[in-house]
Design a protein around this ligand. Structure first.
Ligand code: FES
Length: 142
């Protein structure tokens, strides 16, 4: 390989990186418009069969944020934000403990109220309004 080939190769690499640097803000801008539309979501419907048995849960998308719907062992159903109040990881339901847990730093929340129980989360998970109808669960901001 000649020195000219190396220079061409390096120049193409630098040009490609420059194009990526220019494209990144444009992509973020275009994504923000989509995010705004998703923020306007006020209600979603979840089919009842996604949490068929006690001790099951499902993460769902509420606009641009994750939510979680839980059917606890006593049969009660709850919907909460699934964004951890510590640093924003997505939480999950731990059936064995009947608690909502965050794998990032070990935060734990009450599965009914969202109250922060232990770990670093400084605040409870926000509850979502849940209406159970014949054709599914209707979830909206509380
Ligand atoms: S992000 Fe959930 S405990 Fe830190």
């Amino acid at each position: 390989m000649t020195r000219r080939h190396w220079l061409d190769w390096i120049l193409q690499g630098v040009t490609g990186l420059y194009a990526l640097v220019l494209a990144f803000p444009l992509l973020k801008f275009l994504q923000s418009g989509e995010g705004e539309a998703e923020e306007k979501v006020t209600q979603i419907k979840i089919e009842k069969n996604v949490i068929p048995d006690p001790g099951t849960s499902k993460i769902f998308k509420f606009g641009s944020k994750p939510g979680i719907i839980i059917r606890r062992p006593d049969g009660s159903v709850h919907a909460l934000s699934a964004t951890c109040m510590h640093l924003g990881c997505t939480v999950d339901y731990d059936k064995s403990e009947d608690k909502i847990t965050c794998a990032c730093h070990g935060g734990r929340y009450d599965a009914s109220t969202g109250a922060n129980i232990s770990g670093p989360p400084p605040a409870p998970l926000p509850l979502l309004k849940l209406e159970e109808k014949d054709d599914g669960f209707y979830i909206s901001k509380a």
